[in-house]
Design a protein around this ligand. Structure first.
Ligand SMILES: [Zn+2]
Ligand SMILES: [Zn+2]
Length: 411
């Protein structure tokens, strides 16, 4: 039995198990469904199903590697794109370690150009630096650090959705993606009809794109015939990004050291020396310009850095695409064998994907591992391995096989 056959048989068991619970998306009959065939590797899409039990039968019969439904609602979800009759779409956000620079990515992520075989570590480039091709084979790994960094970004996003957009914490649907990130869905009536441009505005707010801190109380003035930007006053009020910048500055200044000032390109040691005065006078009392030794240029530079720290690093394309397919809650991820799993937004910091999103809990398998970093799964830690033959719990064996790190050993 090949390794993929082995995993396919486990996926088949999962979709045929009566204890498997797959959530029914709201307005089921208006959704487009899609799934990636496990062996044939092609996507079946533009499907409409009468009811969830019928779709579950299809899943049990086909055991796809990945299952999706549209974020959109359509009159006729099974017709071609332009004939579907778009009614509306959920507002969805995707936070994925693939797009976030992490220190561990340099260690466990690898890409190889499929044209010239040039390879590198870390985030996959848009184009091969040698031949310009955009086709890569990629080896990634979901680790605790990756998950932790996406969790931080998700936390910032959730905070904005609640405090700046006014959504109730309980109407946010938060999911572990099944790989190495999170999804946030808003299914509120208020967002359904938003077009791509409106969604782009939301993306810009969340990522801080186009937010110019120079606008904040800084005025232009003609000096000797030339228009110059002259710092008049640097003031932050208590709403939206102003409040975020303020809170971010408090956080930044409270923990400031000479070292991190340098990393952020700030050489003004008065920030460090006078941080208590700054925190009190500028931030509490709003007297920004009365701090000796801290120029407007320094304020602006600091605000620019804080903006980067406080914005949420989301995959912007997902949110603006009103026809997007999104992984279905409760189904398996074809790159890990983990489940896309919903949990309450309030439990973001407590939810542990490597125990709570494990689908395969029984049995073991013998695998030959070419190379794998140390990893945590199902309450235990495994590895690191190099050319090792070991018996592992099914969940760990499946993840290694799907990640191209191991082959099943048949006795
Ligand atoms: Zn190349
Ligand atoms: Zn990592």
């Amino acid at each position: 039995m090949s390794s993929r056959d082995f995993v396919y048989s486990k996926f088949t068991e999962f979709y045929n198990d009566s204890s498997t619970v797959i959530s029914t998306p709201v307005s089921f009959e208006q959704r487009e469904f899609a799934y990636l065939m496990f062996k044939e590797r092609f996507m079946v899409r533009h499907k409409r199903f009468e009811s969830m039990p019928i779709f579950q039968n299809v899943l049990a019969y086909t055991a796809p590697s990945d299952v999706y439904h549209s974020c959109a609602y359509y009159d006729k979800p099974d017709l071609e794109m332009d004939k579907k009759g778009w009614i509306g779409s959920d507002l969805v956000f995707d936070i994925d370690a693939d797009h976030i620079p992490t220190s561990c990515g340099k260690i466990h992520d690898e890409w190889t150009c499929q044209t010239c075989e040039f390879s590198g570590k870390g985030i996959t480039p848009d184009e091969c630096p040698i031949c310009g091709s955009d086709r890569f084979s990629v080896k990634t790994w979901p680790c605790d650090l990756c998950i932790a960094s996406t969790r931080v970004e998700t936390g910032k996003l959730i905070d904005m959705l609640i405090k700046d957009f006014g959504f109730d914490v309980d109407e946010l649907h938060v999911f572990f993606s099944g790989h190495r990130g999170y999804h946030v869905h808003v299914e509120d009536e208020a967002v359904r009809s938003l077009d791509t441009l409106s969604r782009k505005e939301i993306v810009d707010f969340v990522t801080g794109l186009g937010l110019s801190v120079l606008d904040r109380g800084v005025k232009e003035k003609a000096i000797k015939g030339r228009t110059r930007v002259v710092a008049k006053k640097f003031i932050l009020h208590n709403y939206g990004w102003n409040r975020r910048l303020k809170a971010g500055m408090v956080k930044f200044l409270s923990n400031v050291t000479t070292e991190n000032l340098k990393t952020f390109g700030l050489r003004n040691n008065n920030l460090l020396k006078n941080k208590d005065v700054i925190l009190r006078r500028a931030i509490e009392e709003g007297k920004w310009d009365s701090i000796p030794g801290v120029s407007m240029a320094t304020w602006l530079k600091l605000a620019e850095q804080v903006k980067t720290l406080e914005s949420a690093n989301i995959d912007t394309v997902v949110t603006t695409d009103i026809h997007r397919l999104i992984r279905m809650n409760g189904t398996l991820h074809g790159k890990t064998g983990l489940l896309k799993t919903e949990f309450p937004a309030r439990q973001l910091d407590d939810f542990d994907p490597f125990t709570q999103a494990v689908a395969f809990k029984k049995g073991t398998a013998k695998v030959l591992i070419s190379e794998a970093p140390e990893f945590r799964l199902g309450g235990a830690t495994w590895g690191p391995y190099k050319n090792a033959k070991v018996v592992l719990p099914i969940a760990a064996a499946i993840m290694l096989i799907l990640k191209g790190r191991a082959e099943v050993v048949v006795n």
